[in-house]
Design a binder for this molecule. Sequence first.
Ligand SMILES: NC(=O)c1ccc[n+]([C@@H]2O[C@H](COP(=O)([O-])OP(=O)(O)OC[C@H]3O[C@@H](n4cnc5c(N)ncnc54)[C@H](O)[C@@H]3O)[C@@H](O)[C@H]2O)c1
Length: 335
Amino acid sequence: MKYLVTGAAGFIGAKVSERLCLLGHEVIGIDNLNDYYDVNLKLARLDLLQTLDNFHFIKLDLADREGIAALFARHAFQRVIHLAAQAGVRYSLDNPLAYADSNLIGHLTILEGCRHHKIEHLVYASSSSVYGLNQKMPFSTEDSIDHPISLYAATKKANELMSHTYSHLYQLPTTGLRFFTVYGPWGRPDMALFKFTKAILAGEVIDVYNHGDLSRDFTYIDDIVEGIIRVQAKPPSPNTDWTVDAGTPATSSAPYRVFNIGNGSPVQLLDFITALEDALGIKANKNFLPMQPGDVHSTWADTSDLFDAVGYKPLVDINTGVAQFVNWYRQFYNK
Ligand SMILES: NC(=O)c1ccc[n+]([C@@H]2O[C@H](COP(=O)([O-])OP(=O)(O)OC[C@H]3O[C@@H](n4cnc5c(N)ncnc54)[C@H](O)[C@@H]3O)[C@@H](O)[C@H]2O)c1
């Protein structure tokens, strides 16, 4: 099969592209290689991918309407895995317009391409951040998500809404995956695990927000990739019994689905730091700080729907996953 993977130089996109190629598919990967974080890491991911004959990279911005339309016209994609986005909650406080370009216009150019070229299945990245002020745990796709607390989260919710309209109007099968704090080798420099590792190895203090009273449902990259691979193979069908009153927000009379994809077991931030200290063999110097605006207190994914639909079951625990990250980091950065 021929796939378009957007954000192919990114953390998750590179791993998904690799996996699809190893399964024998042809992958066209696009990315604008922006400098939100170290471009060399994106280029290093691409270097690895470009050793695979069935991977082809095109530098392209999602917001380039003509460029994206021409891409779809040139390649007869069967499935699209749309992972490119402006990520990050904190950055959205200072750079909101970057989110409008990449996440709103960008999502729409991909929807348009899928609509006009009869794509069999569009799988796209949503986020656990859509749960915003929700307090009921674990977070379920049956819950309302009307109270996001960052513009990033609002754009991810918008992506789900935009996708629903295309599923309804054009019968485009779409599946949104709400990722829960993805971590592991080749991970993002703006995320806690990377920042903490870098600081601890340099003998610097680490900033611990909300005085350590935070928890996250950390999900290992290989579990995420396995979930995406399983989901993309199962385009949603319209749910003919569905009505607004009797149905859940995660499904529809249109070929539309939304799933949580997490580990299903939240970890306290201080336990996470202990796992990292153990893996590094170094104690961290902690700088305890108040809560950051836009951050949520806890995340915890109810992934029962994803298990029922595709048998998704995360396999990697936090100690193993953090140790894998540390091995990669030390090797990659020669530390
Ligand atoms: N990593 C996580 O914990 C997490 C959690 C929730 C949601 N997500 C979502 O998952 C997806 C992948 O995340 P990631 O962690 O791999 O992030 P990432 O930043 O490593 O990857 C995203 C890639 O998209 C590219 N990109 C950004 N804007 C673009 C544009 N306008 N045109 C073309 N390319 C563009 C970037 O250069 C980057 O390589 C994103 O949609 C993100 O919002 C990630």
